[in-house]
Design a protein around this ligand. Structure first.
Ligand SMILES: Nc1nc2c(ncn2[C@@H]2O[C@H](COP(=O)(O)OP(=O)(O)OP(=O)(O)O)[C@@H](O)[C@H]2O)c(=O)[nH]1
Ligand SMILES: [Zn+2]
Length: 352
């Protein structure tokens, strides 16, 4: 059969496909070289402190204090589930020059997830112990939005602390409103700290709350998360600041998370993806479990399948009528529940 002459466009397409094939083959060889190499040292424990596509940064510590910490770039075995910042891992250093290899992930205590661009839930951080939910007099706080973060924290098994920033803006008119809001959450057992990132006031209790734990800051855009993070981080550790400066205008362009150490001994994990953390994957039953005072009562409803909307003998409605629980929380529960679509996914992020 006579060979058909290809036009320029067709030749370009074929060259592109061949280049992609070569690229894939090179990547495979690269991986094989890493995995079959027997020039790796003993297994060590480490924590993922940053993720860069095909590589991660792993930190190991020989003892307490920054002087005992070392970080090393590593590849990871292709068979591992997706590694995220905060993951505790087993890795092997190279015997000579080069990259280490992460060979196993230790079971995660907690995991924060969010949907990727295709809507599939992907982990973004692991082993977070504390969520600092930031709010401020401006933008005007919404208890429904705060509840969303708190529910997400409860359902992830992460302790939550509320941080009221921009205390300098609380005048006599605003004071009763923010106090009422803070008291509602304090009564539920959530600590509420009042701080001012601009005047660096109230930072001592914040440092104390951060000490010895792995924390994340979450909250609506503009409440001052970047300002607070810069306030608690030492000068030398401004990587988080660099990340957050991308989102200073509300544009979350950087997706890489990073774990940094605080002078107080705690750790902070930060990324724009974590800051937008929301109720991505919950159904109505889960939602109730995220409301600590409501879920406790639900067992006392007259009907086992009570929807807690208008049934006689609903323990939640009765408690709200008697003033035993805050009506605002019940109203928020209804409102969030209404935004859950049929397959149990929240249609709106906490950033909306
Ligand atoms: N008055 C006052 N303004 C503050 C304070 N802290 C932060 N701000 C201001 O609030 C605005 C938003 O602060 P950011 O730190 O960028 O807020 P953010 O929550 O990180 O915002 P995103 O990056 O969009 O999520 C900036 O103009 C800050 O200067 C404060 O304590 N008092
Ligand atoms: Zn009920």
């Amino acid at each position: 059969m006579a060979k058909r002459k290809l036009n320029r466009r067709q030749r370009w397409r074929i060259e592109k496909i061949q280049a992609e094939k070569r690229d894939r083959a090179n990547r495979r060889t690269d991986q094989q070289e890493i995995l079959v190499a027997d020039d790796l040292g003993d297994e060590q424990h480490g924590v993922i402190t940053a993720h860069f596509g095909q590589q991660v940064e792993v930190e190991s510590a020989d003892g307490p204090g920054a002087e005992n910490r070392t970080t090393r770039r590593c590849h990871f075995r292709a068979t591992l589930e997706q590694l995220v910042v905060g993951d505790k891992v087993i890795w092997q250093p190279p015997k000579s020059e080069g990259l280490g290899v992460v060979v196993a992930i230790e079971p995660r205590d907690t995991v924060l997830k969010r949907p990727d661009m295709y809507g599939n839930l992907k982990p973004v951080a692991a082993n977070v112990e504390q969520m600092l939910v930031v709010f401020a007099p401006l933008p005007t706080p919404s208890s429904s939005l705060l509840d969303r973060y708190l529910v997400a924290a409860e359902l992830s098994g992460i302790a939550a602390t509320l941080v009221l920033n921009k205390a300098d803006l609380i005048d006599d008119t605003l004071r009763p409103f923010v106090d009422e809001l803070s008291d509602m959450y304090r009564h539920l057992g959530y600590p509420v700290l009042e701080v001012c990132a601009h005047q660096r006031e109230g930072l001592t209790p914040l440092h104390e709350a951060l000490a010895g734990k792995t924390s994340v800051f979450v909250g609506q855009s503009g409440v001052g998360k970047s300002s607070l993070i810069n306030g608690v981080l030492p000068e030398a550790d401004l990587q988080v600041g660099e990340l957050s400066s991308n989102s200073g205008l509300g544009q979350h362009t950087t997706v890489t998370a990073r774990l940094v150490h605080l002078p107080t001994g705690g750790q902070l994990i930060d990324s724009p993806g974590i800051r937008e953390f929301g109720l991505w994957h919950i159904g109505e039953d889960d939602l109730l479990h995220g409301y600590r005072e409501l879920s406790e009562l639900a067992g006392y409803c007259k009907f086992r399948n009570c929807s807690h909307r208008n049934e006689p003998g609903c323990a939640l409605i009765l408690a709200a009528q008697n003033g035993d629980i805050d009506e605002e929380r019940l109203a928020n529960f209804y409102q969030i529940s209404d935004t859950l679509n049929e397959d149990g996914r929240e249609r709106y992020s906490t950033d909306s």
